[in-house]
Design a binder for this molecule. Structure first.
Ligand code: PRP
Length: 202
């Protein structure tokens, strides 16, 4: 049986394909389109939402996956993290308007909009700050501009989205890169093939 690999669509997709080609795992490009199950080079690739990669791998419908550390931190899935792939570098940050910057470190109560409610809850509770977490599934940078929240917790890659919405980084929570993740049962049952795949990526 061939290995099934969950790949993140969107910002990490191209870098993932480039890496798989560079390492000789893929012989040709996979296009990010409407087709969500692609067979290539003896593997089955599932093209899924980045935040869902751990769901497919944890539940064993994918043996392996490429997932951002941000997503793993948020979901804390029950799987093995085999390798830091070094691609998809970004920062998880708290951001807000320039004028909120000084106030931020004195706040005892923080209203924050985010796609990462668990990371946010943990981060502020460890700092001893009360927080109200407003979960959004996208366009988080809009929240401070329209008064939905004072701050956001989100990922920053180029910084363009923050700039265009007149926000600045206030505090860094963590840096994130993509990781190769593996289903626990697959690791036992398909060990040779998984080790083969993994060693090509090292
Ligand atoms: C992420 C993130 C920011 C943006 C940051 O969203 O939530 O909005 O990228 O990138 P930048 O610093 O390069 O501008 P993404 O584009 O992944 O899409 P989403 O909002 O649909 O989740």
């Amino acid at each position: 049986m061939s290995l099934t690999i969950a790949l993140p669509k969107g910002r990490l997709f191209e870098e993932s394909i480039r890496l798989l080609k560079e390492k000789g795992i893929l012989s040709k490009d996979i296009q990010e389109g409407r087709k969500l199950l692609v067979e290539s080079d003896g593997f089955s690739f599932l093209l899924v939402k980045p935040s869902d990669v751990p769901v497919y791998v944890e539940n064993g419908v994918a043996d392996l996956g490429i997932a951002g550390y941000d997503v793993l931190l948020e979901r804390e899935p029950n799987l093995y993290v085999l390798l830091d792939l070094g691609i998809g570098l970004c920062r998880i940050v708290v951001a807000g308007r320039e004028e909120s910057k000084e106030r931020y470190f004195k706040e005892t109560y923080i209203k924050v909009a985010t796609k990462y409610p668990n990371i946010a809850k943990k981060f502020f509770s460890e700092r001893g700050v009360k927080s109200k977490i407003i979960y959004l599934s996208g366009s988080v940078e809009l929240a401070p501009a329209i008064g939905l929240s004072d701050y956001i917790l989100d990922i920053v890659q180029t910084g363009r989205t923050l700039r265009e919405n007149k926000l600045v980084v206030i505090e860094e929570v963590a840096t994130s890169t993509a990781r190769l993740v593996c289903n626990k049962a697959s690791y036992r049952n398909k060990r040779d093939r998984i080790t083969g795949f993994f060693s090509k990526l090292m």
